[in-house]
Structure formats: structure tokens, C-alpha cells
Write a protein that binds this ligand. Structure first.
Ligand code: OGA
Ligand code: MN
Length: 298
């Protein structure tokens, strides 16, 4: 009996998200185990591994088995010890709650909006792996939407209308979503990230399935479309894709590891009281293997 037979799988939602138990992520994965986890990931889009008390180095090692890790463009949110660790937290590295008026919080606060990670890059992220270190009881849970199903749920005429469209994504657009941050002179330190163009419908490089590629926090406009029309169509698609039936809400426990595919999901953090409740999450982010594949290339 090979080791991976001991993995148990339990769906957390009919369309998206499965819990995997019986695996210790601190140990290197042999080929069979890697393939099993990878195929469960492709099938379920979001994997939840409860009770994994990884330190940051183990987290990085686990993630690296799935590909190269990105260093986040926001300088203030990288861990000072490991630059591949992105701190999604309202608590600073000294353990103090970050004030709502601080730039560092106002940037993280934008993860409350629906998005996919690193959609502002020419090659967006393949997937993200998040470790819940100090999790919340009230609010602060994370919503994940299945973008394959969202695409399939559109009527044929809309599919035809959007199949060949492209969208300009821009990191600066994230900042513009924050009323506080957009008014500040010091908006934080980020690497230089020029706007990029991505298809609105993309083909998943592994599964070959079509999905909507939306990332509301970076989507500026649809190429070649009048500005109001573009905004209305994007808003309509976002509204549709985030319908309850497509969404799994992950209720966090400490030491959950949650791994999602950024090519066929989007996510948002549920609001919580960031002034009194502590929330510390560490993320590693997998660099994408290729630019998003448009339907025109098929
Ligand atoms: C992220 C993010 C999710 C969360 O890490 O990409 O958006 O639950 N955060 O904090
Ligand atoms: Mn995110």
C-alpha cells in the first residue's frame, strides 16, 4: 500500500473546495503523493489541509514542490525573515495591531475585495498557499468562487460576446479602490508594475476548461469598449460570478493550510473588526507557468 492511500478527501462544497486529511505537509511529497494532491487540486480548485503546524521554512518548502515562488511587489508586507512569505495581517511583525489609518493596513484591507492574486502581472500567479496562524471567529473568513462554473453558467450570447475580449489589469487600480489610500501622498512602496492585458475568458493550461478571468481589484477596462459599457459589463460578470451557488466560504481554524488555483477561482476576505481582532495569515504564491491562454488560440 502506498502512502497516499491514507489521504481522506471530503468535499466542503458541491462545486469547489475539498478537505484533505492524513497527510503531513512538513514531509517531502513523493511522486505518487504529489500527483494525487495535484490532481485533487485541479479537480476541487481549493484544498483545505487542517491541523498543519508548519513554520515559514516548511511552508516555503511545501509550496516550492508545486513551482517557483513569487516575491510580492509590496515591500511592507514581505516577511523580514523570508522574502517569499507575504504577510496578510492586521498585526505587525512585533505583534502589535496595525492602526486603520496606516498605509500598510489600507493596502491589506483591499483583500476584502474580490480578486485573484497577482493578476497585475504579465504572467499572473498559478496558485496561492495560505497558512492561518491567528484566525478569527467572527468575520475574517475567506470566500472562493468557481470561475469555470461561472463561465459555464453564462448564456450562449454573452459567452460569444466575451470570448475574445481582453481586459487591462493594473496594480495602480488596486490603490484607486481605497478612498483613504488614493488620497495619500505615500501610498506605500511597490515594485514598478506597468498595466498588462489579459483575456476575459481563459483556457486552463492543465484541465483545458474555459473560465472567466476576473480580478475586480485590478481590472481597469475592457480593450476597445466605451468606458461605461466596459464598466457595466465587468460589474455584471462580477455580480454573476460571485452568486452564492458558485462560492465556498472557508471558515478558518488555526493551522489550516488552504491552497487555491488562481487560474480558475477568485477570492475575497470577509470583513472583520481589524481594530480589535487579530488576524495573521502567511502566504506563499506560485509563479504562473505561462501567460493566460485566450480562446482565440484554440
Ligand atoms: C491572499 C488574500 C486571503 C485571506 O492571501 O491572497 O487575499 O484569507 N488573503 O487573508
Ligand atoms: Mn489574495
Amino acid at each position: 500500500m502506498s502512502l497516499h492511500n491514507s489521504i481522506s478527501v471530503r468535499k466542503r462544497h458541491p462545486l469547489i473546495g475539498a478537505e484533505l486529511t492524513g497527510v503531513d505537509l512538513r514531509c517531502p511529497l513523493d511522486n505518487n503523493l504529489f500527483e494525487r494532491i495535484h490532481s485533487l487540486w485541479m479537480e476541487n480548485l481549493v484544498l483545505v489541509f487542517p491541523n498543519q503546524s508548519l513554520n515559514d521554512e516548511q511552508h516555503i518548502k511545501f509550496g516550492s514542490q508545486f513551482g517557483e515562488l513569487e516575491v510580492h511587489p509590496s515591500l511592507a508586507h514581505r516577511s523580514s525573515k523570508n522574502r517569499e512569505i507575504y504577510r496578510v495581517s492586521n498585526v505587525d511583525e512585533s505583534g502589535n495591531i496595525i492602526q486603520s489609518s496606516e498605509t500598510a493596513w489600507q493596502y491589506i484591507n483591499l483583500s476584502w475585495l474580490w480578486h485573484t492574486d497577482s493578476s497585475f502581472r504579465n504572467i499572473p500567479s498559478k496558485g496561492s498557499i495560505l497558512h492561518g496562524i491567528e484566525t478569527t471567529k467572527e468575520g475574517g473568513h475567506t470566500l472562493f468562487a468557481n470561475m469555470y462554473e461561472a463561465y459555464e453558467g453564462l448564456n450562449t450570447s454573452i459567452k460569444k460576446q466575451i470570448d475574445s475580449l481582453h481586459v487591462i489589469h493594473d496594480h495602480d487600480f488596486i490603490i484607486k479602490q481605497s478612498r483613504d489610500l488614493s488620497k495619500k501622498r505615500d501610498k506605500g512602496s511597490y515594485e514598478n508594475l506597468p498595466p498588462v492585458r489579459h483575456p476575459l475568458v481563459q483556457i486552463h493550461p492543465v484541465t483545458g476548461r474555459r473560465s472567466l478571468f476576473l480580478s475586480p481589484h485590478t481590472m481597469d477596462y475592457i480593450v476597445g469598449m466605451e468606458s461605461n459599457e466596459s464598466r457595466n459589463l465587468l460589474d455584471e460578470l462580477i455580480h454573476h460570478a460571485t452568486s452564492e451557488k458558485f462560492v465556498y466560504k472557508h471558515t478558518w481554524e488555526n493551522d489550516d493550510i488552504v491552497m487555491w488555483d488562481n487560474r480558475c477561482t477568485m477570492h475575497a476576505v470577509e470583513p472583520f473588526d481589524n481594530t480589535s481582532v487579530r488576524r495573521i495569515m502567511h502566504r506563499v504564491t506560485l509563479i504562473g507557468d505561462n501567460q493566460p491562454i485566450s480562446t482565440e488560440s484554440t
